[in-house]
Design a protein around this ligand. Structure first.
Ligand code: ATP
Length: 505
């Protein structure tokens, strides 16, 4: 039943009963049936308990590997975050020492980072590491129509942690609150009274935690938006340990892939290292999905083992969505082909050997795409590298202009990407504006800087693409006919132009 449905029911039932009572109806049989029904429902809800670490019943369940207990070894990469978390958890384990030194107990740990990086896994592993019971809830579960319901749910959560610890004979309990920003957002006074009450209740419960209490309670909260949190939550004695859980680097990605490969038949020829290199920017959840999708492709192909091409397909799918059977018109296909070739030609010129494939098969929202060869993970970019990235993004629309005299809606995402990159340049002091805070410049100044950068890069992109006009013409036929143009074929065409340029020079 939906949360809203439940709330409405809670409101309606007493009203109906009061009305019947007023009408003189005998309510005893109705009440008896109600009590029996409610008991059956309650028993069935609570039957999902498990061994060791379990999420509380009826709460968020996730796809992927969910063993009945989870250890830090089941979490790929995140070595620094795991180390910091374990160090903090030792406070819970060595509580006698802590008491001796009169140290106040660690009450809250905040895990911050992008979605799907393993924050929930960390909290579960923490429960196993400290031999605690694990109770969890998501912030959105506390958002209710009626004032006070959220606060009472917080009380219930703490009670549940205590009663489960007593039942399972454990000395400690970990309460995990995902999406804490939903209830812990900055309080601006007046509005959102319900959220305020819920947050106040959480703060009160946290203030009531003492070192001498049994079970010892630790709250682990997770958020993708730390900057949104109310300062009361972050002050010392509350969530004062912050652990950043970042997207994994290549080594971390390989580790995540290895963990999820354990129960899968992987061909000996497969290089997971290559898969890790190709999946730059993927979260742990996306890597788990790559493994799963690769296995599905292998099964669909009737193979007994998962091979490298299955991984390539799986990466494309996770990055861009499933192949769709959207039937584009011939004219659209031609435009998309030229657009993608525009991206590919610029990419190959500014980063030689970077194009792995140009494809004209629709995937997700895209009608075509360019697949790039794996690059080394990179975290710092020079001005010219960002300019090259902007030129690659603009290549599609510039190509359309060259061949059709105008752009189409197909460049929307490219422009968004290009504008974000210009924003990065402004914030990093890489533009004519110098080193500035965006708040220091007027909208007009920003727009002028933006127009200057974009204008200059559009000209450079057009100049570059004009040099390879014949590559467009030669590749177009192949793409329309075969749907794909592989990187080597494409490079050979580009090389033929360069050779011609050399001989005529
Ligand atoms: P959200 O912010 O959306 O709540 P999260 O950071 O809590 O996400 P998890 O729920 O921990 O992410 O991860 C989701 C799934 O992704 C896991 O069940 C697991 O299959 C996979 N996963 C994520 N990170 C890792 C990792 N570091 N190692 C192994 N698997 C991972």
């Amino acid at each position: 039943m939906s949360k809203l449905g439940k709330e409405v029911l809670i409101g309606i039932i007493p009203a109906v009963l009061a009305f019947l009572l007023y009408m003189g109806v005998n309510l005893l049989p109705v009440l008896l049936v109600g009590v029996v029904g409610f008991s059956l429902y309650f028993v069935s809800r609570n039957r999902t308990g498990g061994v060791g670490v379990t999420a509380s019943s009826g709460r968020k369940s996730r796809s992927g590997r969910t063993p009945s207990y989870l250890t830090f070894e089941d979490i790929g990469g995140q070595e620094r975050a795991k180390g910091e978390l374990k160090e903090a958890l030792d406070f819970l384990i060595h509580y006698e020492d802590i008491q001796k030194f009169g140290i106040r107990p660690l009450k809250g740990i905040l895990l911050t980072g992008p979605p799907g990086t393993g924050k929930t896994l960390m909290a579960k592993a923490a429960a196993h590491y400290t031999n605690s019971v694990f109770v969890s809830a998501a912030g959105s579960e506390f958002v209710e129509m009626y004032v006070g319901v959220g606060a009472s749910r917080i009380r219930d959560l703490f009670k549940e942690a205590q009663s489960r610890a007593a039942k399972e004979n454990k000395q400690s309990a970990i309460i995990f609150i995902d999406e804490i920003d939903v209830i812990g957002g900055k309080r601006e006074g007046g509005q959102q009274r319900e959220y305020d009450q819920t947050l106040n209740q959480l703060l009160t419960e946290m203030d009531g935690i003492h070192t001498t209490d049994t079970p010892r309670i630790l709250i682990i909260a997770a958020t993708n938006r730390k900057e949104m949190l109310d300062s009361a939550l972050l002050r010392p004695g509350r969530f004062d340990r912050h652990i950043q859980v970042d997207l994994p680097d290549k080594k971390g990605r390989l580790h995540v892939l290895q963990i999820h490969a354990k129960n899968k038949p992987i061909d000996d020829e497969v290089s997971l290292d290559r898969v890790a290199a190709e999946s730059f920017g993927f979260s742990g959840a996306q890597l788990e999905s790559v493994m799963n999708e690769a296995a599905i492709y292998a099964m669909r192909d009737g193979d007994s083992r998962i091979r490298q091409p299955h991984f390539s397909q799986a990466i494309d799918k996770v990055m861009m969505g499933e192949k769709t059977d959207r039937e584009a018109t011939m004219e659209e296909r031609r435009r998309v082909a030229l657009h993608e070739l525009g991206h590919a030609i610029v990419a190959e010129e500014v980063k030689p050997r970077s194009v792995s494939m140009v494809s004209l098969s629709p995937r997700g929202q895209a009608l075509g795409y360019v697949r790039h060869n794996p690059q080394q993970d990179q975290y710092l970019y020079t001005k010219s590298e960002i300019e090259h990235q902007i030129m690659i993004a603009l290549g599609g629309s510039v190509a359309e202009e060259m061949f059709y005299g105008g752009r189409s809606t197909g460049s929307r995402n490219d422009f968004e990407q290009a504008l974000n990159l210009v924003g990065t340049m402004v914030d990093s002091g890489l533009t004519g504006l110098g080193i500035v805070d965006r708040r220091m410049v007027t909208k007009e100044e920003l727009m002028k800087a933006n127009a200057d950068i974009m204008g200059g890069l559009i000209d450079r992109t057009r100049e570059l693409l004009e040099r390879f006009r014949t590559v467009f013409e030669m590749s177009l036929d192949i793409l329309i006919r075969e749907e794909v143009l592989n990187g080597d074929q494409f490079r050979a065409l580009m090389q033929s132009i360069k050779d011609k340029e050399k001989t005529s020079a």
